[in-house]
Every structure is written in structure tokens, then in C-alpha cells.
Design a protein around this ligand. Structure first.
Ligand code: ADP
Length: 421
């Protein structure tokens, strides 16, 4: 009966694992070990065991929750799960059975009896609780799951707040020295300064340092922007903005890098777009982010086009139209590229802070190289600035395919706005 049957043993205590493994192996079973509930769930799916021995008291996800999860997974509903607990409290057996286990063994394990007990469950034995007890333990089980969830949400909220605090402090602390270095570099680069053009080697070295520091400065500013957006303290300097001007300035700043990458960066006529009320510097900043991303994620030889239009309900994408109140008072700037495109499942997440589709350790850090990486903040800032204006951003793409390059279209929608008080 036992020969070759696979037992998954989920247990955090290493000495129990060693003991049970020895006993089961001696009885002819194959044993797979998992050291906690999460690993248990993963290994249940991967190894398809014939039976699962589940310790109940484990840190993190406990045995009750792991059993409930495993019973609901495709192909595992009929795999017997046997719960095991030490320090037995009244109702442990019923709790385990209610959570989805099929049997129950109290610890310490009786090593002589264990192989026989397992054999019985493999042979079809299933323990049950009566209906009334099941109902009350089910309520208790749900309550415990909700309590745990609550604890975990609280822990995540605390760690998210710590992360935000860390970014805010790091950015503030870095900003001063970076500004000082930039100031001294400006003096050094002045043609009439101590390092004059008569010293070409030093000039080249200085330029290298200057570019590095400028990039560092941009990253620090991006971190500060993210902090402000999160704290809802982003200050908009609202004034009339001509979107054709803002778009032209953003495009002009990227012409050189587009040329280096042999990309056709085009600006379609936008003179007919109305002047809106907003923060022109910020709008230009986020258009710059969209253009720089389009350049980064489009292979050499492709094209990036910036266009604009007035949008009304009919022209908008259905989902946006359903969730956003729209009248004719919106303008939209679209950055279209012929790049690698974006997978359906990533379309929302790319707007999250520090989110990058690829593994950040694999990319080269550059603002314009093909697939060059950044800090993953550009789109979070773009969304934050658009939302601070009462607008939004979204992306259209057929999918991600670096070979076929289906391209992406980023839409930045802004309201006409109103003059400041
Ligand atoms: P970063 O560019 O610094 O990585 P972003 O927030 O600007 O951060 O972008 C997040 C991710 O979204 C990028 O890493 C990339 O995977 C994806 N992405 C952004 N723009 C494009 C685009 N035009 N085409 C394809 N993927 C894009």
C-alpha cells in the first residue's frame, strides 16, 4: 500500500520533520517537506502528493488556513489532509475538520502507529464533524481568518508608511549635498572660472561629473515628487498653459536622444487646442516622462509621435467613459510609439511607484538607451500630476512583444481647468 506513495509533510519544527520523515521513509513512503504554510500550498500544487500531513501551529499562515486553501485548489480537493497539533485544546479536532482536514492526530506522534494511520486515510478513511458543531466552528474559522487578515493589513500599512518615510527622509537628506555639488560644478564649468576652456581634458572630465550629478539630482527630485503626491501636498502653480508650447518644449528636449537612437520623434500640429489652466512646468515634466519612456521602449529605427485633441464622451475608451464623468471640457495629449508594447496584466501596475515590468537588476540605468531602466517613478509621477489637475492617464497597447513591437499609446487627459482663486 505504501510503496512509492508521496506524503507532503508541512511542519515548521525541524526535529519533528526529521523524526516523521525517518518513520515514513522506513515504511516505504516518499516524503516531501515544507517548512511553513505558504511552502505547503506551493508544494501541494507542484508535487501532487497522495496525502498531506499538516501541522496546525505554524507562524505566518497556519495549518487551518493552508488546509482551507489547498482543498479549494484544482485537483487537490480529494487529497486527504491530516492535521496534527501539540498542546491539544478542546475542539482542535473539530476545528481541523471544519477547516478542510480529513483527519486529526494529536502530538506527540505515536511513531509505531503512524504508518498504519496514514494507510487508513490512503485507503479512504475520512473523519467528520456533526453539522451543528461544523456550523459554529466554521464561524470561528472565518473569524480567525479575518483577524489574521486584519493583522496583516495593519502590518503592511505600517511597513508602507515606513517606506514612504524612508523615501522622504532620504530624498531630503540627499537634496542638499547634491545641490551643493551642482553649485560648485557650475563655478568650475564657467569659461571664466578656475578650469578654463584652455584645459580641454579637465573640461571633459567636468562634463562627465556634471552629467552624473544632474541625473542624481533628477532622481532625488523624482523621489520628492512621489513623496508629495503620496502626501497630497503637490503644489500646482496654476496659470494659462498652451499645450502646443508645452508639448514642443518637451519634444525639443528629446530630439537629440531620439536622433542618437535613430528614432523619428514627431510633434503633430496642436495649435487648435484650447489654452487650459494648469501648471505648465509640471505638464511639460510629465509629457517629458512619457516621451522619454516611449524612446526607451522603442527599438532603434522606430517612431514616437506626440499628438493632441479635444475629447468628448464618444471618443473616449469605453471603460474610462464608464468610470469618469466627461463633457467636452477635456483635452488629451497622446504619445504613441512603435515599441515593445505592454501586457494587459501590467497596464495598471506600471503606474505604481517603483514598479518595473522587468527585473531591475538586469537593466542598464539610462534615460534613453533601448530598454534602459529608471527608478520606476516616472509613470507614478505622471499619474499623480495628471490627477492633481483633475485629469488622468491611461495606456492602450495590444500587448507586450519585443519582436513584433505592437507599440503603446499613452493618453494624458486634462480638464480645461479654472483660474486660481
Ligand atoms: P521607469 O521607466 O523608470 O522604469 P516608469 O514608471 O516610467 O519607470 O515605467 C514603469 C514601467 O512601465 C517601465 O519599466 C516599463 O516596463 C513600462 N513602460 C513605460 N512606458 C512604456 C512604453 N512606452 N512602452 C513599453 N513599456 C513601457
Amino acid at each position: 500500500m505504501s510503496a512509492g506513495r508521496r506524503i507532503l509533510y508541512v511542519e515548521d519544527d525541524i526535529s519533528s520533520r526529521m523524526l516523521v520523515k525517518q518513520v515514513l521513509k522506513a515504511a516505504g513512503y516518499k516524503v516531501v517537506e515544507a517548512e511553513d504554510g505558504m511552502a505547503g500550498i506551493r508544494l501541494a500544487q507542484e508535487t501532487r502528493p497522495d496525502l498531506i500531513l499538516m501541522d496546525i501551529n505554524m507562524p505566518g499562515l497556519d495549518g487551518y488556513a493552508a488546509a482551507t486553501k489547498i482543498k479549494g485548489m484544482p485537483g487537490l480537493a480529494n487529497t486527504p489532509i491530516i492535521a496534527m497539533t501539540a498542546n491539544v485544546v478542546e475542539g482542535d479536532r473539530e476545528r481541523a475538520l471544519t477547516a478542510g482536514c480529513d483527519g486529526y492526530l494529536a502530538k506527540p506522534i505515536d511513531v509505531d502507529a503512524l504508518p498504519g494511520q496514514i494507510n487508513e486515510f490512503l485507503g479512504g478513511r475520512r473523519d467528520h464533524v456533526d453539522e451543528e458543531a461544523e456550523r459554529s466552528y466554521l464561524r470561528e474559522h472565518s473569524q480567525r481568518l479575518v483577524d489574521r487578515l486584519e493583522e496583516q493589513v495593519a502590518a503592511l500599512t505600517r511597513s508602507d508608511a515606513m517606506k514612504s518615510r524612508f523615501i522622504a527622509i532620504a530624498a531630503h537628506e540627499l537634496r542638499t549635498p547634491v545641490t551643493i555639488i551642482r553649485g560648485y560644478l557650475d563655478i568650475l564649468q564657467d569659461p571664466a572660472g578656475p578650469v578654463s576652456e584652455a584645459n580641454p581634458e579637465a573640461t571633459v572630465l567636468l562634463e562627465g561629473i556634471f552629467n552624473g550629478v544632474r541625473r542624481l539630482h533628477e532622481i532625488v527630485e523624482d523621489m520628492l515628487d512621489v513623496t508629495r503626491i503620496e502626501a497630497k501636498t503637490l503644489d500646482l502653480r496654476v496659470a494659462p498653459v498652451r499645450l502646443d508650447d508645452a508639448a514642443k518644449k518637451a519634444v525639443d528636449l528629446h530630439l537629440e536622444s531620439a536622433k542618437q537612437r535613430n528614432l523619428n520623434l514627431k510633434l503633430e500640429p496642436m495649435e487648435t487646442l484650447p489654452t487650459i489652466w494648469g501648471d505648465g512646468v509640471r505638464i511639460q515634466q510629465i509629457l517629458g516622462h512619457l516621451i522619454s519612456n516611449a524612446i526607451k521602449f522603442t527599438p532603434d529605427g522606430g517612431s514616437v509621435t506626440v499628438s493632441g485633441r479635444i475629447v468628448n464622451k464618444k471618443q473616449q475608451n469605453d471603460i474610462m467613459a464608464a468610470t469618469q464623468p466627461l463633457d467636452d471640457k477635456y483635452v488629451e495629449i497622446i504619445v504613441t510609439d512603435t515599441g515593445i508594447g505592454i501586457d494587459q496584466s501590467e497596464k495598471d501596475r506600471i503606474f505604481d511607484q517603483f514598479y518595473e515590468v522587468r527585473d531591475p537588476s538586469l537593466h542598464s540605468t539610462s534615460k534613453t538607451d533601448f530598454m534602459g531602466g529608471g527608478a520606476g517613478l516616472g509613470l507614478a509621477i505622471t499619474r499623480g500630476v495628471a490627477e492633481a489637475h483633475g485629469g488622468w492617464v491611461w495606456v492602450e497597447s495590444e500587448g507586450h512583444d519585443p519582436e513584433r513591437c505592437p507599440g503603446s499609446r499613452f493618453h494624458m487627459v486634462l480638464p480645461m481647468g479654472t483660474p486660481p482663486d
